[in-house]
Design a protein around this ligand. Structure first.
Ligand SMILES: Cc1cc2nc3c(=O)[nH]c(=O)nc-3n(C[C@H](O)[C@H](O)[C@H](O)COP(=O)(O)OP(=O)(O)OC[C@H]3O[C@@H](n4cnc5c(N)ncnc54)[C@H](O)[C@@H]3O)c2cc1C
Length: 510
């Protein structure tokens, strides 16, 4: 039974209260749709996939150039962060995708695998070699259908996910690569090949886009299999908590059309609700820090202090130039990317840089530095040392969780951000860009205090939320290397929550 045609689901989706499935997957985003697609490939297993949002049948999903048009629609969770004293008290818009495909249906279409050191670090944290780069590289080779320069050691063909380098690269982006090379960042054939084994490099970006259409993980793994008799997909159905019998997950409670329904899981419940809602579901189920749970009157099932902690993401800050009056590429997707290291954190790249041929800055930054009519924005992204937290605002499942990113709360993160801005300015102010760019608009100052003020107004999210149910074997870990929730039988987390730290770049592929 599938309700994927856009009509509102009837309460409970027509599935009887108490109906039993072998597996219940909660959230049909980048990860959940793959999990449901793979599990339901076995006709002997019955699978229920529950998604809070609606379908992905929209030109704003199909056409990756229209991705920003999804902000402010029913296809996003419009979370708002807690006020951050490091950001002049600002609250940040903290979007995530909602509906079939999740973030994979609304994102910018960058396909970024993560650096070798990310995966080897995960293997060490999880104490499981299968998370190491060597194994993950094999997985990437198996899932990709690569349409770029052959690299049989690293790239695969014939897999379900169609990946290619950006097509018809506009000279603005080849100029970006020229400027990066002049700044000492070597050029590579692909952003996901050998570059992911080096300290710095630049390349045309890779994207999961085919013939101009988005190929989300949902499209690649599930959309063509909705007629499987063993698969039930219910949209407009929001999971409020996991049902537990002692320390065994036996099902979930969900809300649809204002009605509460319970579904039973004979084998396993898999939480794939994303890095904000997965920890919220765990906390409402009595799995989390016991003193926090008690403060809400939630009976403690399993004390796991790491639930909701360790929120990681990339920090983004738009640096703006005024452009000459010459033809610019379509406005929304960077076709090139640069990666480089932070001298204070040697070993792996920590920074990346995209370029948007339009003005793309926070409201506060736009107020401080009014955008010229013809604006180009360099978009640096950086990994942070600090970590944020997701916590409950109350026990009502319709209440959005509290999200405190704590961006720039670690004093060394400001020093890193200053170094990151310096490289973006070197690229933007290079001789290579002179035919395109008239003058720097923001930050356009070298005074440390002024650049710091620019950053406090400019910082935004790169929408790479992760880490809030991280894997590992230590006291703060929430799941083990096989993604099983510590102390609970029959419950896994499979989404970006499990990543111990954010990968080098975008997070759909990881
Ligand atoms: C605007 C934007 C641009 C981005 N650009 C890129 C990019 O270009 N490249 C890239 O690699 N990454 C990008 N990302 C990030 C990427 O999309 C996410 O990291 C990725 O989708 C995370 O996958 P996930 O499965 O962990 O969570 P999600 O994809 O967010 O999926 C979670 C799903 O669970 C559903 N859900 C939540 N709560 C419940 C509940 N209680 N009950 C039922 N269902 C629930 C949600 O509606 C959602 O469908 C972007 C993200 C955004 C928001």
């Amino acid at each position: 039974m599938q309700h994927t045609d856009g009509r509102p689901a009837e309460p409970g989706g027509g599935v009887a209260d108490g109906a039993t499935f072998d597996f219940i997957v909660c959230g049909a985003g980048s990860a959940g749709s793959v999990v449901a697609g793979l599990l339901s490939a076995d006709p002997a297993a019955t699978v229920l996939l529950l998604e809070s949002g609606g379908d992905d049948d929209s030109q704003f999903v199909r056409d990756p150039d229209l991705w920003p048009a999804n902000f402010g629609t029913e296809r996003e969770w419009a979370f708002v962060t807690e006020a951050n004293p490091q950001l002049n008290g600002r609250r940040l818009a903290y979007s995530m995708g909602r509906g079939l495909g999740g973030g994979g249906s609304v994102n910018a279409g960058v396909w970024a695998r993560g650096h070798r050191t990310d995966w080897d670090g995960y293997a060490a944290t999880a104490k499981d070699e299968r998370w190491g780069y060597r194994d993950v590289l094999e997985t990437y080779r198996a899932i990709e259908d690569w349409h770029g320069a052959p690299d049989p050691e690293r790239r695969g063909t014939g897999g379900p996910v169609s990946v290619r380098p950006s097509q018809d690269v506009h000279p603005l982006f080849t100029t970006m690569l020229d400027a990066a090379e002049a700044a000492g960042i070597p050029r590579f054939d692909s952003a996901n090949g050998a570059l992911m084994e080096h300290g710095r490099g630049c390349s045309v970006r890779d994207e999961n886009i085919e013939d101009g259409e988005r190929r989300s993980p949902y499209r690649c793994y599930l959309a063509d299999h909705l007629d499987r008799p063993n698969l039930t997909v219910l949209q407009d159905t929001t999971v409020s908590r996991v049902l537990l019998d002692g320390r065994t997950a036996v099902g979930v409670e969900a809300v649809s059309g204002g009605r509460v329904t319970r579904f039973r899981a004979a084998h396993e419940v898999v939480l794939s609700a994303g890095a904000i809602n997965t920890p919220a579901v765990l906390l409402r189920s009595g799995i989390g820090d016991e003193s926090d749970l008690r403060s809400f009157g939630i009976p403690v099932v399993q004390h796991l202090p790491g639930v909701g902690r360790n929120l990681d993401d990339h920090i983004r800050f738009g640096c703006v130039w005024e452009a000459h009056d010459i033809p610019m590429p379509p406005p929304t997707r960077s076709q090139a990317v640069c990666f480089w290291e932070d001298e204070t954190r040697p070993g792996a790249p920590e920074f990346f840089l995209y370029l948007s041929p339009t003005g793309s800055v926070s409201p506060e930054s736009a107020a401080q530095y009014p955008l010229p009519e013809r604006a180009v924005t360099f978009l640096p992204g950086m990994r942070q040392r600090g970590r944020g937290q997701v916590s409950l605002a109350g026990t009502d499942p319709t209440l959005a969780p509290r999200v405190d990113t704590r961006f720039l709360s670690d004093p060394d993160d400001m020093a890193s951000a200053l170094a990151c801005v310096a490289m973006a300015r070197e690229v933007g102010n290079s001789a290579a860009f002179a035919p395109y760019l008239k003058r720097e608009v923001a930050p356009a100052t070298s005074t440390r205090a002024d650049v710091e003020m620019f950053l406090r107004n400019a910082v935004e999210t790169f929408w790479h939320q992760c880490g809030t149910a991280r894997m590992g074997a230590d006291r703060e870990a929430v799941v083990d290397g096989r993604l099983r929730v510590h102390g609970i039988t029959g419950l896994r987390v499979a989404d970006a929550s499990v990543l111990p730290h954010v990968t080098l770049a975008n997070t759909t592929a990881p």
